[in-house]
Design a binder for this molecule. Sequence first.
Ligand SMILES: *Cc1c(COP(=O)(O)O)cnc(C)c1O
Length: 426
Amino acid sequence: MTERMSLSLAQADPVVADAIDKETFRQHEGLEMIASENFVSEAVLEAAGSIFTNKYAEGYPGRRYYGGCEYADVVENLARDRARQLFNAEHVNVQPHSGSQANAAAYSAVLKAGDTILGLDLAHGGHLTHGHKLSFSGKLYRTTFYHVRRDTEQIDYDEMEATALREKPNVLIGGGSAYPRLWDFARMRQIADKVGATFVFDMAHIAGLVAGGAHPSPVPHAHITTTTTHKTLRGPRSGMILCGPALAAAVDKAVFPGQQGGPLVHIVAAKAVAFGEALRPEFRTYAAQVVANAKVLGQGLADAGYRIISGGTDNHLLLVDVFQKGILGSEAELALGKAGITVNKNSIPWDTNPPLKPSGIRVGTPALTTRGMKEPEMRLIAAWIVKALDQRNDDEGLEKIRGEVAELAEQFPLYAWRRAPAPVEA
Ligand SMILES: *Cc1c(COP(=O)(O)O)cnc(C)c1O
């Protein structure tokens, strides 16, 4: 091995090492409330950073196109077995690189170009990959959408059914990235069966709640279930597909060689570790706490007069209408950022404002719950959010909240040993 190959990152590339140090500190000192984010364990991090990144393993365990895959097979088999157990699924493909790749593979397993997808409108909480015209899904397939009702701000299943009967979709897809309520999986399956569509459910946001028993499972109802592994499920940044035996071969072929080349074996290893963690009883406690925290946070904001979209939450996220208080979502995101609270601006259903200056913010509890925060912290944070929004034009006031936020964060340490400045040797 050349001498350069054995240098630490700080020695070999101090600029990148410094950015990582600063990002570690950023993650530690603020309150991460982006609903799609979480903090993986040291064990998951170690597997994700492992030497499996060097390995090509095209194919599947026991039938690879490369030699030397015996240990790659160990980790992929573990990831598959654990995922099957976790979600009570008959077949699992753990190779999709991301949630979007999982959806692309799921579609291509059952659709041909020009076929029709029926999904939740992005503006009502759906996802780009559910048919948006800027996504591959909207370019390759004909797409049509269902919506939430104006009065309840919950999915309008009657509209979904009427649209399905009219448009005859080949795939009916459920799931979204900004929908705070439970889904009626049985009704969706009924609608799909009525028109002969494949029912795909994308549980990217709620997978960890499903795994932890804090949310009903789509797996018994859907022909194909897709997911990310890095949101509530608290694994590495990646994707996964679950299905029954009838579609197993089509799904596997769609992932490789259909959509991807070699799997990211280091990430597959990290998925195995994360699924192992999710199978432990502590993860059930975690999932229940995520939901309990979201409810308390929502109550705190509602008590201060904020309108919570759909009147509350059943899961890990809240959509808050800040425009009703005369604040744009973009202004709220900026002010909360200055106060050390990271959220994202978000359209609300039937929004009258444009996507970059929408009426709402999306707030989630998975990451803070991983840090160990519970109901008392949620009450404190709701009060800070209200105060920061009141003082959104007062940088000094926001800075003061940021100090209080940092003090709270300090009591819930994150990757403690990584915060020590990396020793730089001459
Ligand atoms: C996050 C998300 C995805 C995409 O995941 P990536 O890993 O970012 O590609 C797909 N579907 C839904 C519902 C999501 O929330």
